[in-house]
Write a protein that binds this ligand. Structure first.
Ligand SMILES: [Zn+2]
Length: 379
């Protein structure tokens, strides 16, 4: 039963993806246990973009829909109402409708927007989503680094919606960190992480964008000028009524090496990670990634992300014909993933969703009110 979720589309004839990995192109269900009484949905947008939704509560991570072509990606700037194309608008409409039931979050379902770092494929569509009122500022809290805060201020996003000084409360080696209580049902733990080099030639690390931190309000006309700032990974807990953890997600948007991206051990003891969303791009530029973080987290399920060629293909074209990200040997990533999961022998499965694909996780929640613990058997 456990593997029934693999309603796989083996994309025959696609040279970039042939033979080594099973891309899930259709909305699918994943059973985390044999008996199930609860569920949550994780929708992969593309890059590190995700909606995580449970009932009337959702978290949005690094939303990037516009998949600019190489020239406008490097030479252009943010997406705004004045420069967005009708095609991208249509894509956003269809994704929002698919996940939220509406082309904008009029009901205020999205309680938190998490931004992992300041690069355009993680931040670049946020100004448009806010100014076009697709995000609901009555309910939304935005969580990102102090550099992200400078960009949000530069884009006139209200201070009341921004959670500040995230770095000070983040989890890192030996520092437990503080949970950010987003709502009664959601809490978020930022984790200090690091941005992988885009290239490594003869041991020299090359980054196409800067890693610096911003200290003042900024809006640039050129993507090149956007700095990553402090890169963050996150733990996202959906909570039961009694405050216990219902479902825990881990997300990183960049390959990372210990201690970066590793939450402090006591946090992990509270609840095992149910779903870990791991970045594929540039994995080969970081030693022992993804092996170390997988061995540390031992998540129940892994979702591979940031694996597709977001630079040269729109989301609809990737949906039809997936292509892998340049400068990364994606085939090798999955070989190494297979190997580490085989070695761990914990029954951990993974999914590589195509862009704009919903995964519904089914699991057992013993905190549900209708659950009765089985009576101990008489001896
Ligand atoms: Zn980046």
């Amino acid at each position: 039963m456990k593997k029934t979720f693999y309603l796989l589309l083996l994309l025959g004839g696609l040279s970039a993806c042939k033979g080594y990995t099973k891309i899930v192109n259709k909305d699918s269900s994943i059973n985390l246990s044999a008996e199930t009484n609860d569920s949550i949905t994780i929708h992969y947008i593309g890059c590190s973009g995700f909606f995580i939704k449970k009932g009337n509560d959702a978290v949005l991570i690094d939303p990037y829909f516009s998949n600019k072509k190489t020239l406008s990606f490097f030479g252009g700037g943010l997406t705004t109402k004045s420069n967005i194309s009708d095609d991208v608008k249509g894509t956003i409409n269809s994704v929002f409708k698919h996940v939220m039931g509406d082309t904008a979050d009029r009901q205020g379902l999205i309680k938190a927007l998490l931004i992992t770092h300041g690069h355009i494929d993680h931040y670049g569509d946020v100004p448009y989503l806010v100014e076009s009122r697709r995000l609901n500022l009555d309910t939304l809290k935005i969580i990102g680094s102090s550099t992200t805060h400078c960009y949000l201020r530069g884009d006139s996003i209200p201070e009341k919606n921004i959670i500040k000084e995230i770095e000070a409360s983040s989890s890192f080696e030996g520092i437990e960190g503080k949970w950010i209580n987003v709502s009664k049902k959601i809490r978020v733990m930022p984790i200090i992480s690091e941005h992988a080099p885009h290239l490594k030639i003869l041991g020299i690390h090359i980054n196409f964008a800067f890693q610096k931190h911003e200290h003042e309000s900024k809006r640039y006309n050129r993507w090149r000028k956007y700095n990553s700032g402090q890169t963050l990974a996150y733990l996202i807990d959906f909570l039961n009524i009694d405050g216990s953890v219902n479902f825990r997600t881990y997300v990183n948007s960049s390959a990372e090496g210990y201690p970066y991206g590793f939450p402090a051990a006591p946090v992990l003891k509270q609840h095992r990670v149910d779903a870990a969303l791991f970045c594929v791009a540039s994995f080969n530029n970081v030693k022992n990634y993804p092996e170390d973080i997988i061995r540390y987290l031992k998540p129940r399920h892994i979702i591979a992300c940031h694996w597709e060629d977001f630079l040269n293909h729109s989301l609809p074209s990737l949906k039809k014909k997936p292509k892998t990200v340049p400068l990364t040997n994606v085939k090798k990533f999955f070989k190494r993933l297979d190997q580490v999961l085989f070695d761990l022998n914990l029954g951990i499965n993974y999914t590589c969703p195509n862009v704009n694909t919903t995964l519904k996780f089914l699991y057992f929640n013993k905190e549900l009110p209708n659950y009765r613990k089985p009576k101990p058997r008489k001896q």
